[in-house]
Write a protein that binds this ligand. Structure first.
Ligand SMILES: [Zn+2]
Length: 162
C-alpha cells in the first residue's frame, strides 16, 4: 500500500490539492491506520475547539427533545396497553358485583325483591329447606343467579314493551 507523507496530509488538510487527489487520499485515510495517525497529529487543540463551536448550540436540546419524544411515544404505547387491560378490569368488576349479588341473594338480602317473582322465591325456599346445604350450594348459586338475572332481563323487556 502506498502511503502519503506528512506534507501531503498537510496539503490535504488545507485542501491545497486537486479534487481527485483529495478524494483518493480520503478513501485511503478510511482504510489506513498509519496515515490516519499522521493526519490526526496535524489536528491541534485549536482546531478541535473550532469543530466544537461548529456543532450547533441547540444540538443538545435537539437530542434531549428526541429523547423525550421517544419517552412520550413509550407512555402512549403503555396507555394503549392500559386501555386493553381496562376491559379485564371491568370484567373483574362485573365478576365481583355478580359474586356479591350471589352472596346477598343467598343471605336473603334480595328476599323482598324476589318476593315479587314467585319462581325465584320458590327456588330460594328450596335451597333453605335442603338439609345438605353446602353440597348443593354450587347448584343453588347457578340456579338462583340465572333466574335472578333472567328476572332482571324480563323486567327490562316488560319496561321496553311498555
Ligand atoms: Zn497510508
Amino acid at each position: 500500500m502506498k502511503h502519503y507523507d506528512y506534507v501531503e496530509w498537510l496539503l490535504y488538510k488545507n485542501k491545497a490539492l486537486s479534487v481527485d487527489k483529495l478524494e483518493e487520499m480520503e478513501n485511503h485515510l478510511y482504510n489506513c491506520d498509519i496515515c490516519m495517525e499522521i493526519f490526526l497529529s496535524l489536528i491541534d487543540k485549536e482546531e478541535i475547539e473550532v469543530a466544537d463551536v461548529a456543532i450547533p448550540e441547540d444540538f443538545t436540546n435537539k437530542v434531549m427533545n428526541k429523547i423525550s419524544e421517544i419517552k412520550v411515544a413509550n407512555i402512549q404505547a403503555k396507555n394503549i396497553q392500559k386501555k386493553k387491560s381496562n376491559f379485564g378490569f371491568q370484567f373483574g368488576t362485573y365478576v365481583a358485583v355478580a359474586s356479591v349479588t350471589i352472596i346477598l341473594s343467598l343471605s336473603g338480602f334480595f328476599t323482598n325483591f324476589v318476593d315479587a317473582v314467585p319462581r325465584i322465591t320458590s327456588s330460594i325456599q328450596v335451597v333453605e329447606k335442603r338439609p345438605n346445604f353446602i353440597a348443593n350450594v354450587s347448584n343453588s348459586i347457578v340456579n338462583s343467579t340465572s333466574s335472578f338475572l333472567y328476572s332482571i332481563e324480563n323486567n327490562q323487556r316488560i319496561k321496553e314493551e311498555r
